[in-house]
Design a protein around this ligand. Structure first.
Ligand SMILES: [Fe+2]
Length: 200
């Protein structure tokens, strides 16, 4: 069954701090493109010939190689849009402790997240590491999948590809980063933390 793109129109009209409707609409269109491609790949994979897979080129092999781009492009954009807010929510004391226990302090997490976003040209993910039982930042170096940590649970996704901010900020990436990090929807993020057993 085809995957349907989620509707994030509730963010329009100033509900995503620092992001105009034009910027958001352009980003929604890009996100829907990933959903379309994911459905296309899924449909083609269902019927693809699996008898001659090949590292250099084969239709099945190439579909499998490109599938993570469409899959993560879909899922990470959904997590990103879900996490955006207007700054009206705040992290609880428990959430601040959960983050602080991993990064040293809540402010240290903010500083490291800003540094990650300014270091890369794409995604930075806040992840829960099941081995250390701590939150860690993961700078994804390529597209949506190259450099993604294993055995972690993504808690929050932050999009720093230029399409996410250029309409509103041009080269002023740091201002965009400041806006989204101070506008996060902490109700959504807190529920994600509870999924990995955080006692908030
Ligand atoms: Fe994006």
């Amino acid at each position: 069954m085809a995957r349907e793109p989620k509707n994030f129109d509730h963010l329009l009209g100033g509900k995503a701090k620092g992001l105009s409707d034009a910027q958001l609409q352009a980003h929604f269109t890009l996100y829907k493109g990933y959903v379309t491609k994911l459905n296309e790949i899924t449909t083609k994979l269902a019927a693809a010939d699996r008898s001659t897979p090949n590292y250099s080129f084969n239709e099945y092999s190439e579909l499998r190689r490109r599938e993570p781009v469409a899959f993560n492009g879909t899922v990470l954009h959904e997590m990103y849009f879900e996490g955006l807010g207007d700054g009206s929510t705040a992290p609880s004391a428990g959430v601040k402790d959960f983050i602080g226990n991993s990064f040293g302090s809540f402010d240290a997490w903010v500083a490291d997240t800003k540094a990650c976003l300014m270091s890369g040209h794409g995604w930075t993910l806040l992840c829960y590491d099941y081995e250390s039982k701590k939150l860690i930042n993961n700078l994804v170096q390529g597209e949506h999948h190259i450099g993604l940590f294993a055995n972690v649970h993504v808690m929050a996704a932050f999009d720093a590809w230029e399409h996410a901010y250029f309409f509103d900020y041009q080269t002023g990436k740091a201002k965009y980063v400041e806006s989204i990090l101070t506008g996060l929807n902490w109700d959504v993020l807190s529920n994600r933390f509870k999924q990995v057993g955080a006692q908030l």
